[in-house]
Design a protein around this ligand. Structure first.
Ligand SMILES: [Zn+2]
Length: 430
């Protein structure tokens, strides 16, 4: 994969960074549009953003990667960790040889600290949590272009609401745009790609932000292979942009509980749902249902007016949460709900869904065997999930196979396999 024709142009909407990306899957012009802020000047001499954005796409095509411009030595060195993680999480991915035209000159970091902000529970908490002296946020960063199901009207409303929450928390909101998803859509799960894509966006703000915070998805006891992780994005930091993966001390339920306790005024604007083209929440997808249960546990569902005011227990009973991290989220919700009244009924529905996910009834089991016999799954075990869906699913199925069948899901080759070591992923500078 080759990244060339790298340029920056000043437009009425901000600085437009573009590069041509050519590889086995085709050619496109990759764009990051970065708004101007507070008289700061964009640094233009480092193509680290384009390197971060194209690592996984290059690996998906089985290609090496050449960025035809100088790239920060820090990003070039750190990307070894990232490509090794991707290759460990999916054995079909080979760490690419990464080359550039040389190291970019070091520039002083921008004065701002940005935080990616979507109005989800993770980014709401990151926007308001108390931080050590000298690390306070100066801006929220609401990225346009990462939600392909959104119509122009929904996008405009999302931006308006992000700015409104920014006013409530006392932080200006900047709205960059990118088409980075075009590199991976249809080739892998967006969950596998989104952390590196956000890191790329952060690097594109070089000169404006010296530090960019990416809100965490996983709590410390839930960390499994996943496309946004404390073991990924920070390694892509450059000489002038530090990328932080935010605290992993709270799980989903804890984050909702913290918002309900400390910032109930933000709950009407909580937006976790990406299932439909709308600026509020559908109330039916797994993400919506989990958040509604956490809100009910915190006695705050009525305040979160972007959700329906009642939890459809039948929908919860029908869930078959997987992979394992998702089951952990539901266990946390069940624990927090208690056993009295309406909350107790919600807890029972969750426990039934969790039980049925592991031990389904005869009809579901018969269907799973039917799918197994038709070759649609490689294992009839109820908790088996298609490893092709992404890093997290592959890990889940591998662990399940080891625990249930005493052998890995990925067959062991008759020949000795060369262990994957970091040295194989070492980039070579031209
Ligand atoms: Zn939803």
């Amino acid at each position: 994969m080759i990244v060339d024709r790298i340029s920056v142009t000043e437009t009425d909407d901000g600085w437009l960074r573009t590069a041509r990306v050519s590889g086995r899957s085709g050619e496109l012009m990759l764009e990051f549009l970065v708004p101007q802020i507070d008289g700061a000047t964009l640094h233009t001499g480092d193509a680290a953003a384009f390197l971060a954005a194209t690592l996984l796409p290059a690996m998906l095509g089985g290609e090496d990667l050449h960025v035809d411009a100088p790239v920060s030595a820090a990003t070039l060195a750190g990307c070894r960790e990232v490509v090794t993680a991707f290759a460990r999480w999916d054995h079909r991915l080979r760490p690419p040889v990464v080359t550039t035209t040389g190291p970019a000159d070091d520039r002083p970091p921008g004065e701002g600290t940005g935080c990616c902000f979507s109005r989800g529970a993770d980014s709401m908490v990151s926007a308001v949590v108390e931080r050590p002296p000298g690390t306070a946020l100066t801006h929220l960063v609401h990225v346009v272009g990462l939600e392909p199901v959104h119509s122009p009207a929904t996008l405009a409303e999302e931006v308006r609401l992000a700015r409104h929450v920014g006013e409530l928390v006392g932080l200006p909101v900047v709205v960059p745009r990118t088409n980075v998803r075009l590199l991976t859509d249809g080739r892998c799960d967006w969950a596998d790609a989104h952390g590196a894509a956000l890191a790329a966006l952060a690097l594109a703000t070089d000169g404006l932000f010296g530090r960019v915070v990416i809100p965490s998805t996983q709590a410390v006891d839930e960390i499994v292979p996943f496309g946004s992780s404390p073991v990924l994005e920070p390694h892509l930091s450059s000489g002038s942009v530090t990328i932080s993966h935010d605290s992993v001390s709270l799980d989903r339920v804890g984050k909702v509980w913290m918002l309900a306790r400390d910032r109930p005024d933000l709950l009407p604007h909580l937006k976790v749902c990406w299932a439909e083209d709308r600026p509020d929440n559908c109330g039916r997808c797994g993400k919506c249902l989990l958040t509604m249960c956490a809100l009910q546990a915190a006695d705050a569902l009525r305040l979160a007016t972007g959700f329906p005011d009642r939890i459809p227990l039948e929908e919860i009973r029908r869930l078959r949460p997987a992979p394992v991290q998702s089951r952990q989220h539901w266990v946390a919700a069940a624990r927090a709900l208690g056993s009295d009244g309406e909350r107790g009924s919600t807890r029972l529905a969750i426990l039934e869904a969790l039980h049925r996910a592991a031990r389904p009834g005869p009809r579901e089991r018969a269907l799973q065997w039917w799918e197994f016999l038709r070759g649609r799954r490689t294992d009839p075990a109820p908790s088996w999930k298609d490893p092709e869906r992404g890093f997290e699913w592959r890990h889940h199925t591998e662990m399940l196979s080891l625990l249930q069948r005493g052998r890995p899901d990925r067959p062991i080759s008759p020949d000795a396999e060369e262990p994957l070591v970091l040295a194989r992923a070492r980039p070579r500078a031209d």
